[in-house]
Design a protein around this ligand. Structure first.
Ligand code: SER
Length: 315
């Protein structure tokens, strides 16, 4: 199977590349990004292709030349960045998705495009958020994610495109830093505590959000895409979560390991409104039932692993 990862230079892409190489063979994974040099520096790949996913002609040529069977479309501006320039977020996030779905239809590729907890909004039940529920997000990022879910399901029912996806919560990792998201604090804190011993958080101390450690997020992407389609009742998109905590809970668990760590708060009103509109914890039982989703990492193990990985970086 030949796999193309588009938008490969971000937090997920740089770690998805080696994960896919391990599962499907080193030479069967092609990375493409507007900044190909970033992908080469951060992931285990020697050559990546320069591609702006909005340029459908170049995108099509890459799929054709490399006989691509599966697309991972990771192109997106995240939630906080999207609020700084909503029109740009719509045109990048939706433009890349429409091109990806069209090319998947034309070249008969399967396609994965992540959705997000950002697809939910203030009217969604925040506790045990069901798989099928009210989705009225109040960010441009969320509007794109809901539209993306609908469009991906439409391409499946109308054209038979094998589109599948998950609603990722905040993803915690120690490879490439996330950029412009509301859940970024749960990654940044580890770097700042190791580097400076202090961290100022922009999210209120008692705001709960779902999170997932990167190894589980990677497993989700391959497990879902390799699942027997006959078992799938849903497609776009499945709730998946590994843990849920507030900044206060996370920081007190970090303090048990780094007693000298100091935390304070300088709440960002945009991130406050966004995080308050998202689930506290999602019900991911449909993913568990339909394709065997079972995360391995909880908060305590994640913290131990993050601290040791970031200490090794000698910041
Ligand atoms: N991590 C994303 C964000 O905060 C959520 O999907 O924007």
């Amino acid at each position: 199977m030949n796999i193309l990862v588009v938008g490969a230079g971000g937090q997920i892409g740089t770690e998805l590349i080696p994960h896919l190489q391990k599962n499907y063979g080193y030479d069967n994974v092609i990375a493409a990004d507007v900044r190909p040099e970033v992908v080469e520096r951060l992931s285990n790949i020697s050559r990546s292709i320069a591609l702006d996913a909005l340029d459908v002609k170049s995108y099509s040529a890459i799929i054709k030349e490399n006989r691509i069977d599966r697309i991972y479309n990771l192109v997106a501006l995240l939630s906080a960045t999207g609020e700084k320039n909503p029109q740009l977020a719509w045109s990048v996030n939706m433009g890349a998705l429409l091109n990806s779905l069209e090319l998947a239809r034309e070249f008969k590729c399967s396609i994965f495009t992540p959705s997000s907890i950002g697809a939910f909004g203030n009217n969604t039940p925040h506790d045990n958020t069901p798989q099928d529920t009210v989705m009225r997000p109040n960010t441009m990022y969320g509007v794109c994610k809901v539209s993306g879910e609908l469009l991906s399901d439409y391409y499946h029912s109308r054209f038979g495109v094998d589109s599948r996806s998950v609603r990722f919560p905040g993803i915690i990792s120690n490879g490439c830093l996330p950029g412009g998201g509301t859940t970024d604090y749960a990654v940044e804190v580890f770097y700042e505590i190791i580097r400076k011993g202090t961290y100022t958080c922009q999210i209120p101390e008692n705001t709960y959000m779902d999170m997932l450690y990167m190894p589980d997020a990677l497993e989700a992407t391959t497990q879902l895409m390799d699942a027997d389609p006959a078992t799938l009742i849903h497609r776009n998109s499945f709730n998946v979560t590994g843990m849920s905590f507030s900044p206060k809970e996370l920081f007190s668990a970090i303090c048990k390991r780094v007693p000298s760590a100091k935390f304070d708060y300088n709440v960002d009103p945009v991130k406050d409104a966004i995080s308050a509109s998202w689930p506290n914890y999602m019900d991911d039982s449909c993913a568990r039932k339909e394709w065997g989703w079972k995360p391995k990492w909880g908060m305590e193990e994640m913290i131990d692993d993050m601290l040791s990985a970031i200490r090794l970086k000698q910041l």
